[in-house]
Design a protein around this ligand. Structure first.
Ligand code: AMP
Length: 596
């Protein structure tokens, strides 16, 4: 195979690499014949690095980094101070660093890069050729920063990342186009180790489109392990939970997928004291409730966003290791009103789908077009601190959209274009992805023309172009590696909050828009009245002055809808006057024209 493109599932718990060989997607196994590489990395003091099982074997004695995917593209302020028993710290400027022994720190990208290097080495050994190109999967809910970090990790591992594919899309691909009818709707429910995604996809004439996606970048089997460990420890669970306890929780959890009861045992937990407790499947199911409820609300949202009811789906595909839990399968059948399809290998189907997509790109698989959607709206902050959406959430990518903006004040020389991501009406409640300053020659309010265009490529990378139309000077902002100054909220919370705050957000928008309109209208009306144009009509003047006074009063009060009504009234009562002014101006021009 010459210059192959491999497909990689860079998972929270396990990773895998695959390729299409003679028309079939296969996963490539390591020397021991294992297809899954645990996403665990050990960084030795002398620079040696071990990945996968070799790293996990050291776990009892040395610090080993696991689940680093949870921190990809996140800022220090928005993550906790601990990851799988290791300390997480701020390496400066919000960069996340994981303590990996002896005071040394590694970034989540470095950890992922080591996993990718190991997968690259497996592929090179099996394919007996150098591997330089890859398709990597990411949770559909990964935002710009998280996608950018994944791409960078690939580059650090010496791989050209040809495409980032949403994990549910990969799962649907591996489920098989041949099993789906000409037009089918698929829900993919993916509950893995650290992330949860649910996507509604539609296949039409060989083209896959992700209609909607929802999820939580911090929800998965790790949380189940932690909940179980904390339940077993009871009052002793304060602070960091011992990694041995977490490992035992994971083992017991898996055993309970088969058995009704298991024994939780950690020998010599504290000195001579051992930890031992009988755990029933019912106990685990009780602990699962809040986690499943969280997942259920994502499912309802994805269905709502897709515009389809559960009964309109053709199949519900389950992927991710945690879907082996019987209670999860029961829960999914309740939400979607049908038995989910569990024919997919929960741990391998995403890597197989990535391999198929890699095959499509390298031409070894008949072309299947893959369309993804943006998980959150993208826009810029406009006057009054409002969020102006340029690409709405769940828009199919790649896509391009733009809008024209102007200066708000007379003599303004530049405009700050703040690129935002999020669902809230006020920009300050959303996340800032980056910022550019566009300068233009000063002129009166409303004269400058600044075109802002957003291009989202198939990997979900955003390029923002801001152009001063008068000079044609472009400013380009690439939001791939740009520092992302996001707030503490997770993507999940962002969407939830936008729903919870919908009413007050709308009121804030109405208020801000009315204030802007008032700021524009009041000086204009005052100028006209000052010139004494309507002197002949004292009654009309009195009415206008009265409404003007009301508008000015309300501008200083927090009364959005009243201000809106007053501004509309001002518009109405000045309508006749405005028309006369236009007529007069026209008449004046006409006269001048005649004189000339
Ligand atoms: P993934 O990220 O898809 O590789 O999923 C890994 C997660 O699945 C981990 O949290 C595992 O503990 C969990 N898992 C794997 N096998 C089982 C099982 N038999 N029962 C419950 N959870 C499992």
């Amino acid at each position: 195979m010459k210059d192959p493109i491999v497909g990689i599932d860079l998972g929270t718990t396990n990773s895998a690499v695959g390729v299409v060989d003679s028309g079939f997607p296969i996963l490539l196994a390591d020397r021991d014949g294992r297809r899954l590489v645990p996403s665990a990395v050990y960084f030795g003091e002398d620079g040696e690095v071990e990945v996968g099982r070799a790293a996990l074997r050291r776990r009892a004695i040395d610090p080993v980094v696991t689940s680093a995917k949870r921190l990809m593209g996140r800022r220090a302020g928005e993550v906790g101070s601990e990851l799988g028993g290791l300390a997480v710290r701020d390496a400066g400027l919000g960069v996340v660093e994981i303590e990996c022994g002896g005071g040394r720190g590694v970034t989540p990208e470095q950890v992922s890069a080591e996993i990718l290097k190991a997968l690259k080495a497996i592929a090179e050994e099996r394919l007996e050729t150098e591997v330089k190109r890859a398709v990597i999967t990411v949770p559909a809910y990964f935002n710009e920063a998280q996608r950018g970090a994944t791409k960078r990790a690939g580059e650090m591992a010496g791989l050209k990342v040809e495409r980032l594919v949403a994990e549910p899309t990969a799962a649907a691909l591996s489920y098989g186009l041949d099993r789906l009818g000409e037009s089918s709707r698929v829900a993919v429910y993916d509950l893995g180790g650290g992330t949860f995604d649910v996507s509604i996809l539609e296949l039409r004439e060989g083209v896959f489109e992700v209609l909607a996606t929802a999820g939580n970048t911090a929800l998965g089997g790790d949380d189940i392990d932690r909940a179980l460990a904390e339940w077993v420890l009871g009052d002793e669970a304060a602070g960091v939970v011992d990694s041995r306890v977490l490992e035992e929780a994971c083992r017991v959890k898996c055993e309970l997928s088969e058995a009704d009861e298991a024994v939780f045992r950690v020998p010599f937990y504290e000195g001579k004291r051992s930890l031992e407790k009988h755990v029933g499947r019912v106990d685990l199911e009780r602990l699962l409730e809040p986690i499943l409820e969280d997942a259920a609300s994502c499912c309802r949202r994805a269905l709502g966003d897709s515009g389809h009811g559960a009964e309109e789906l053709d199949v519900v595909v389950m992927v991710g290791g945690s879907t082996r839990i019987p209670a999860v399968q029961r829960h999914v059948s309740e939400i979607f009103g049908r038995e989910p399809d569990i024919s997919q290998h929960p741990d391998e189907s995403i890597a197989l789908g990535a391999a198929i997509q890699a095959g499509v790109l390298s031409g070894t698989v008949q072309k299947v077009l893959l369309l993804d959607v943006t998980p959150l709206s993208l826009g810029i902050e406009t006057l009054g601190g409002l969020m102006n959406v340029i690409i709405p959430r769940n828009t199919t990518i790649p896509c391009k959209a733009g809008e024209m903006f102007t200066n708000a004040r007379d003599g303004q020389e530049s405009m700050r274009v703040r690129v935002m991501q999020g669902e809230r009406e006020l920009a300050r409640d959303n996340w800032e992805l980056g910022c550019v300053e566009v300068s233009f020659s000063p002129g009166p309010r409303g004269q400058a023309r600044v075109g802002v265009q957003f291009s989202l490529d198939e990997n979900g990378m955003l390029e923002v172009l801001a152009r001063d139309v008068a000079t044609g000077v472009d400013m380009v902002l690439e939001i791939d590696s740009a520092a992302v100054d996001v707030s503490d909220e997770s993507v999940e919370r962002m969407v939830d909050e936008s729903v919870a705050h919908a009413r007050e957000d709308m009121a804030a928008r109405v208020g801000a828009e009315a204030r802007l309109k008032a700021e524009e209208l009041v000086p204009a009306v005052e100028a006209v009245l000052g010139e004494g144009v309507s002197e002949g009509d004292a009654e009309e003047r009195a009415v206008i002055e009265e409404v003007l006074r009301k508008v000015k009063e309300l501008m200083h009060a927090e009364a959005g809808s009243e201000l809106k009504a007053a501004v509309e009234e001002l518009d109405r009562v000045t309508e006749a006057l405005a028309a006369r002014l236009v007529e007069e101006a026209l008449g004046l021009q006409l006269e001048r024209g005649l004189e000339e």
